[in-house]
Ligand binder design. Structure first.
Ligand SMILES: C[S@@+](CC[C@H](N)C(=O)[O-])C[C@H]1O[C@@H](n2cnc3c(N)ncnc32)[C@H](O)[C@@H]1O
Length: 437
């Protein structure tokens, strides 16, 4: 272990590594946290700054441009020294500005003494003009949002198609720049909400019930999950509220026959199984072998016996399965734009073209999904994204395949309104012969 008491220097190194190697930030963060000895406060500061700089990248570079020629062209360590310092000055109240400036200049002196006075001047100017740095011009509102909340313009345009007012669009973009409370889903095959709340509170963990959800509990403050043995025992699973809502809307009954077309790692599969009281049958499919193993592991942990994991490309599910199902869950692969709060890299590693290729896979999957339905059966289509291309357009396509299908429920889960990851859930029913809509 490296004994390093300076989380802010580690932030700069981590951000340089993420950019140079195009690494996922969560993996780099975990690697650093394994190597250095930080206090719990420093751990959370380190994580907050790394995610904060990635989430606010456009805005930070836009501000720096006023003080530095072509900030994005500076050497990476210098660019990230300026960006981490600016992030702390602009967004964190816990560290005095003079300490941020001194820390930044001290690091620069070690790397290249001649750059120290330049960095000192830039940061001091920023501190002096701090009150005006958030003044992004608003003439072009979408451009304003793209800079102020740091999203690629095309993403802002996508989100504008599913929000009805400018205020809602802005609130949504803002909400996705900070993480929300972690939530648990209680496994009712092994415990109850009341029992789990009592056990966790007895251990001094600050949890409470999320009353709108039958099986959801939330942590009221940041809590390391590695000490919670109830997770290893399968009494509960870490699951966002939007994801729990998918199971609640699906609402399967004991004895039904279910197919979960894109099931790994099995979070929703085990939720369905507990709702069925572990009675009936669930075929849980995934196209990747290593991920099918994760389904098996989730079921073992949850104490679920009715699941048959299947290695399958579900765009061929109709040919593979001769039978038809009471419930088809298609929790489709998607762009993941709803989970930006916890994975800010998504802002920068997805392109508009990706939506087109993902949507064509989603169409193939839903085509199979509707054909797998028993008359009277239900198809749930869900994604953790909020783009119309991957949601409404796919569902409308499906509804046109067969005139016995109808949309019985459609729900957008918005991070600003629902305080959780963004989700889309549609419930489609296939009428029985003679049944009226
Ligand atoms: C959103 S994740 C599913 C999450 C899962 N339902 C849960 O709640 O734990 C999408 C999954 O679809 C799988 N997938 C992608 N293409 C597929 C295909 N053609 N057939 C089956 N599974 C596929 C991916 O491997 C991934 O595990």
């Amino acid at each position: 272990m490296e004994n390093n008491s300076n989380p802010r220097v580690e932030c700069i190194k981590a951000l340089v590594q993420i950019e140079r190697n195009e690494s996922y930030s969560n993996l780099v963060i975990n690697d650093v946290l394994k190597k250095v000895t930080f206090t719990p406060e420093d751990k959370s500061l380190f994580t907050k700054i790394v995610y904060g700089v990635i989430a606010n990248k456009t805005f930070l570079l836009w501000v720096l441009k006023k003080y530095v020629k072509r900030p994005h062209k500076q050497q990476d360590w210098l660019k990230y020294t300026l960006m981490t310092s600016l992030y702390q000055i602009a967004f964190l109240d816990s560290i005095p500005d003079y300490a941020v400036v001194n820390e930044g200049v001290k690091y620069v002196k070690k790397r290249n003494y001649r750059k120290a006075s330049f960095v000192n001047a830039v940061l001091r100017n920023i501190v002096r003009e701090k009150d005006s740095i958030f003044d992004v011009p608003k003439e072009d509102f979408l451009e304003f949002l793209s800079i102020r909340y740091s999203y690629p313009r095309w993403m802002v345009e996508e989100f504008s198609k599913v929000t009805t007012t400018n205020e809602h669009l802005e609130a949504l973009l803002k909400a996705m720049n900070s993480s929300h409370h972690t939530t648990l889903r209680v496994n009712t095959l092994k415990s109850t909400k009341e029992e789990l709340l009592r056990t966790l509170k007895d251990k001094g963990i600050d949890v409470s019930s999320v009353d709108q959800y039958r099986v959801a509990i939330k942590f009221n403050s940041s809590t390391p999950l590695n000490n919670i043995k109830e997770l290893d025992e399968g009494k509960c699973f870490v699951q966002s509220l939007g994801s729990i809502l998918v199971g609640e809307i699906a609402d399967p009954k004991p004895g039904e026959t279910v197919i979960d077309m894109c099931a790994a790692p099995g979070t929703k599969t085990t939720h369905l199984a507990q709702q069925m009281g572990d009675k009936g049958k669930i075929y849980a499919c995934d196209v990747h072998k290593h991920r099918v193993n994760l389904i098996k592991k989730s079921c073992q942990t949850a104490g679920v016996n009715i699941v048959e994991p299947v290695l399958l490309d579900s765009t061929k599910a109709c040919e593979y399965f001769q039978k038809r199902f009471d419930l088809v869950l298609l929790d489709a692969p998607c762009s993941g734009l709803g989970v930006i709060a916890n994975k800010p890299d998504i802002k920068w590693n997805k392109s508009k073209d990706d939506l087109v290729s993902i949507a064509s896979l989603q169409l193939e999957l839903i085509k199979n999904g509707v054909k797998l339905l028993n008359p009277g059966g239900v198809l749930i289509y869900s994604t953790c994204t909020l783009t119309k291309t991957e949601n409404e357009d796919i569902v409308n396509y499906a509804l046109n395949i067969d005139d016995t299908l109808s949309l019985v429920q459609q729900r957008h889960v918005f991070p600003d309104k629902d305080n959780t990851d963004g989700f889309y859930i549609a419930k489609i029913k296939k009428r029985k012969k003679g049944e009226i809509d």
